[in-house]
Ligand binder design. Sequence first.
Ligand code: FAD
Ligand code: S2G
Ligand code: ZN
Length: 473
Amino acid sequence: VTHPDLPTRLRGVVGDGGLVTDPEGMRGYLTDWRGAYSGTAALVVRPGSTAEVAAVVRICRELGVALVPQGGNTGLCGGAVPDSSGRQVVLSLDRMRRIRAVDPVNQTITVEAGAVLQTVQEAAAAVGRLFPLSLGAEGSCTIGGNLSTNAGGTGVLRYGTMRDLTLGLEVVLPDGEVWHGLRGLRKDNTGYDLKQLFIGAEGTLGVITAAVLKLFPAVRSRATAWVALPSGGAAVELIGVFQELCGDRLTGFEVMSRQSVDFVLRHQSGARDLFAAVHPWYALVELSDTLPDAALDELLERGLAEAFDRSAAEDAVVASSPSQVAGLWALREGISEAQNYEGPSLKHDVTVPISSIAAFVEATDRALGDAVPGIRIVTYGHIGDGNLHYNLSKPEGSEDADFRARADELARIVYDSTRSFDGSISAEHGLGQSKAGIIADYKDAYELQLMRGVKELFDPAGLMNPGKVLPLG
Ligand code: FAD
Ligand code: S2G
Ligand code: ZN
């Protein structure tokens, strides 16, 4: 199904250990984390160095074989999964996981693309620094994938997305040339900021092989609360209270609907409701500081008292131990997994202006309830960034297939509503294959034309992750 010389030529570069050709061995590379997308591939190649990546890319380009770069395969829009032609090659970075350098004085860390996010967090902590990207998949996702999806997560409010955390990149371009851009300077105004083209490109402009990332001073005090809210709009009021009171010390603010919490209580062993009463919405609020004795509990209590005065909170509990803090975050991070036990999770990762969040939820919930009576809407996420995970689960007792069959129609309702509030149809997960086909309906035509121009310049043969981000043709 592909070029006869391919396996031999690639084996000559990566050796037997770097090639996977048997169906059993390839399986894990061909389906995404939650089994929503799967494909077939000619083979999986696992280069062990930047030079091997460059040689592999050159061979595939010479033989006209398309490449699908892959990191931890935890992406949620099928960006790392090959198509069903059986002609594509999955290029996995899972053998390139080295931490090349940790520099506490310049506050940088240099890592290879296959390094797992949690490993990078630990390497930073070992020298008293913080690498602040944090998300539920951190035990499996890789820095290359985090860069390629411009990952967000729970620390964006204070530290930004991968765009804000990256100083330099090493990239293998689709012609096999290596861009040695591993600079760690915080200021370098010498022309176009090329690294930003590859961040968020989802593997369509080249293979990221290494990066220089920013480090921050470690936090040494933390205070965390779980707050019951009377409405979604109250979360917007609550975050305003804490931003005014705490400024940069507000380092975490996550919101969850009751439906989201119900799924976790149902499926996460050990999870329990923090309050006797049921509330429509909840927030996880976290303060942190580099000072070891910053009295953040008092600050947290002051903010909560203000929130109660404004009727923006109905109940609250402040964690009194590290294990209680971990329990609150487990509740929050458990939502993604819990959805998988309730039939198909039709995911929509949207941004709307924070001031419109309540109106967006109200309008979109209503439209969806009219379309599918009994639909269960799992709304949660990083509200400080205006980012809601607005995921749909089928009505209790209905058929998976019937619900899945309406995915496109329901996505239109969500995305058209997002557009009506001047939002974005992808806040942090990217477009992958799930949104490549509709992006033209939600993005300015001239902007798409410019994007195609960049794609044409970097990958004229169209062999780098075709069909992702930009629709084919
Ligand atoms: P993969 O899934 O392997 O690939 C993702 C994309 O990047 C693909 O298009 C792939 O082709 C490309 N790619 C990967 N490596 C390279 C490389 N080296 N060079 C070029 N292209 C490459 N995401 C968030 O932003 N915020 C969250 O809060 C969040 N929470 C999550 C929670 C759970 C439980 C799960 C399962 C996922 C979550 N995600 C979240 C989504 C996902 O974890 C992120 O998108 C992550 O950045 C993907 O990393 P990965 O290494 O798994 O990438
Ligand atoms: C999160 C994860 C994916 C989902 O948990 O913050 O990014 O299930 C999401 O929507
Ligand atoms: Zn998220």
